[in-house]
Design a protein around this ligand. Structure first.
Ligand SMILES: [Zn+2]
Length: 87
């Protein structure tokens, strides 16, 4: 497994999951981009403490019309095991 994010693999998997005629839930647009970098969503069970210890690595799909961003957990969308995220 490479440490470099592969946006093309995410796009391929989104299509395989049936996201071929997907409409943005905000504006109804049909044009999206998958960014070449990932985002991380930090996770914790503490309400008032910022923890940088655990996170979910996510691909971002951005609506080209309104900017709505949807996140996809990489261990799941790419079928790769990772700590803290169950497949
Ligand atoms: Zn949109």
């Amino acid at each position: 497994m490479s440490d470099v994010f592969d946006a093309d693999k995410v796009i391929e998997n989104l299509r395989r999951f049936g996201a071929t005629n997907y409409a943005c839930p905000i504006c109804g647009g049909h044009k999206f981009s998958v960014q070449g970098e990932i985002a991380t969503i930090n996770t914790t069970n503490k309400i008032r403490v910022l923890s940088l210890g655990t996170y979910v690595p996510c691909a971002m799909m951005i609506c080209s019309t309104c900017g709505n961003i949807q996140f996809f957990a990489l261990p799941i969308i790419n079928g790769e095991a990772s700590d803290g995220v169950e497949k």
